[in-house]
Design a protein around this ligand. Structure first.
Ligand code: GRF
Length: 201
C-alpha cells in the first residue's frame, strides 16, 4: 500500500475528500500522516477523527530551510511515498522539493498557468474569465509552477460572486484531487518537458 503525507494549514476540506476516497478504497493508497504548521487547523481535527497520526510544527521564528527539514523528517519517519499539499500556506524551499523529487503535489483553485498565487478564484472573477477551475500540479521550486497533473473546468456565471465561484471550484477540487492522487500512485506516468503524460490515456 502506497503511503501519503498530507500538509494542511486550515479547514482541510480537501484532506477530507482524500480521507473519504481512501475509505472507499478509491485512492490507491493510505494516508500515513497529516502535518500542519497551525496548531488549531481544523484539518488536524479531521485527521484525528479518522484515526490518522498527526504532527504540528510551528514555522514561526525558524528559517524556511530549518522548518522544511523538520517536516521532511516527519514524512520520512512515516515512510511517505507521496506528499499532498492541501491548503498548506507555506512556500516550500529546495530542501523540501529535493527530498521528494516529483513526489510533492498541490491543488490550486484556478486553471494554471492563469492566476497563480493567493486569492486565485477572485483573480479569475475580477479578470472576467468565463472558465476557471482547479489544477493539481507537481510542486517544483517556483510558485504554482510545476507540471500539470489534472484540471477540471468550472464555468463562471454572470450571477457569480467571488464566493459562489470559489464554492463551485471547491466542489470540483474535491472530485479532482482524489482522482489525481490515484493516477500519481498508480505510477504509469512520466514527465516530458513540462508535460505530465499518462500511459494508455
Ligand atoms: C483550496 O481552495 C485549495 O485549492 C487551496 O487552498 C484551499 C484549501 O482548502 N490551495 P481546504 O483547507 O482544503 O478546505
Amino acid at each position: 500500500m502506497k503511503r501519503i503525507g498530507v500538509l494542511v494549514s486550515g479547514r482541510g476540506s480537501n484532506l477530507q475528500a482524500l480521507i473519504d476516497a481512501a475509505r472507499r478504497g478509491e485512492l490507491g493508497g493510505e494516508i500515513a500522516v497529516v502535518v500542519s504548521n497551525v496548531e488549531t487547523a481544523a484539518g488536524l481535527e479531521r485527521a484525528r477523527r479518522a484515526g490518522i497520526p498527526t504532527a504540528f510544527r510551528d514555522h514561526r521564528g525558524k528559517k524556511r530551510e530549518a522548518f522544511d527539514a523538520e517536516i521532511v523528517e516527519i514524512l520520512h519517519a512515516h515512510r511517505v511515498d507521496l506528499v499532498c499539499l492541501a491548503g498548506f500556506m507555506r512556500l516550500l524551499s529546495p530542501v523540501f522539493v529535493r527530498a521528494f523529487p516529483q513526489r510533492v503535489v498541490n491543488i490550486h483553485p484556478a486553471l494554471l498557468p492563469a492566476f497563480p498565487g493567493k486569492d486565485a478564484q477572485r483573480q479569475a472573477w475580477e479578470h472576467g474569465a468565463k472558465v476557471s477551475g482547479p489544477t493539481v500540479h507537481i510542486v517544483d521550486e517556483g510558485l504554482d509552477s510545476g507540471p500539470i497533473v489534472a484540471q477540471e473546468a468550472v464555468s463562471v456565471r454572470s450571477s457569480d460572486t467571488p464566493e459562489s465561484l470559489a464554492e463551485r471550484i471547491l466542489e470540483a477540487e474535491h472530485r479532482l484531487y482524489p482522482r489525481a492522487v490515484r493516477t500519481l500512485l498508480a505510477g504509469r506516468w512520466r514527465i516530458e518537458g513540462r508535460r505530465f503524460l499518462v500511459e494508455d490515456e
